[in-house]
Design a protein. Structure first.
Lengths: 55, 254
């Protein structure tokens, strides 16, 4: 196990590469989820304002 | 004749592309998760230790796919930019815009994992070599495009200006790709070549190709998801958006 994480002495480089790649590829979908939430809320607010104006 | 002709222009309308993009994104997400799981297993437990670089070479399994995606996404942006300028279709510009952050991310990752590979093998995090420098310029092109898009409130002018920037910058892609041939670079030549085949052992090559396909599907998943938000942002005042079930649910709930 320890030998696996040591990566033959290349631990910093291998995990530094895979770690940051994984971090960004998890972070990006989360950021997109937030953007979708904000966009939906804005669309709902605009819809409500319009329906209030027309009634 | 008319029956087997798909009307592609139908999907150039945001209202019909929005649900389609949702389905693309969902399916691509599942394929990405499965392929990444298999790809990572092969990367660490099946692919053998390299006789020259030991375990350090395993960086290739993220470095090369990220670098490929950084260029492919730019080409896709350029294609959408050209279609948008020629046909003046709104969806094309939205696709162009949706691709940029993911392209910038993969460009950053190509540079980052390259630095973490260069340090142990060359003894330097960075050198001003033609391959590395042209890839850095690609990152600036992505960042410049995103800055330009966010700098203007006029959507149509922003789209056209962005599209022209992307098309001018496309000259950088062949420069990146051929840099290792045209100049004497510290960066090694292509591991996989269309004309000469591959210089790698087949299990290493197959693992790398699998990771590359996984990154493709990741890109489909996030870009089609992001473009849905862009559609919502731009079409928020239309009737079809106000009639979406997800918008109605929020409208009643608040």
């Amino acid at each position: 196990m320890a030998e696996f994480f040591n990566m033959g002495g290349y631990a910093l480089y291998v995990w530094g590469s895979f770690g940051v790649t994984a971090l960004l590829m998890v972070a990006e979908p989360l950021l997109i989820r937030n953007r979708r939430k904000a966009a939906l809320q804005r669309a709902a607010r605009l819809t409500r304002i319009r329906s209030e104006e027309s009634s | 004749m008319a029956n087997n002709f798909i009307n592609w222009f139908k999907f150039s309308s945001p209202a019909s592309f929005y649900p389609l993009a949702g389905r693309f994104s969902l399916w691509s997400s599942w394929i990405t998760v499965i392929m990444l799981a298999v790809g990572l297993y092969l990367s660490f437990f099946v692919a053998p230790t390299d006789y020259k670089q030991g375990e350090g070479y395993r960086i290739i399994f993220v470095h090369v796919p990220a670098a490929w995606m950084s260029m492919i996404i730019y080409l896709a942006m350029a294609l959408w930019a050209a279609i948008g300028l020629i046909y003046n279709t709104r969806m094309s510009f939205m696709m162009m815009k949706a691709l940029a952050p993911t392209g910038a991310m993969f460009t950053f990752l190509a540079l980052w994992t390259g630095a973490f590979w260069g340090k142990p093998m060359w003894g330097a995090w960075w050198v001003w070599d033609a391959r590395l420098t042209s890839e850095l310029i690609l990152l600036f092109l992505y960042l410049g495009f995103m800055a330009l898009q966010s700098a203007t409130d006029d959507v149509r002018r922003g789209d056209r200006a962005g599209a022209i920037l992307v098309l001018v910058g496309v000259i950088n892609i062949p420069i990146i790709y051929f840099s290792v041939k045209w100049w004497n670079t510290l960066h090694q030549g292509a591991s996989v070549s269309v004309t000469q085949g591959s210089s790698m052992a087949s299990i290493m090559l197959n693992t790398m190709l699998l990771m590359a396909v996984a990154f493709w599907f990741y890109t489909f998943a996030v870009v089609f998801h992001r473009v849905r938000s862009i559609i919502l942002e731009r079409e928020a005042d239309t009737t079809w958006v106000s009639e979406l079930s997800e918008v109605k649910a929020l409208e009643r709930g608040s």
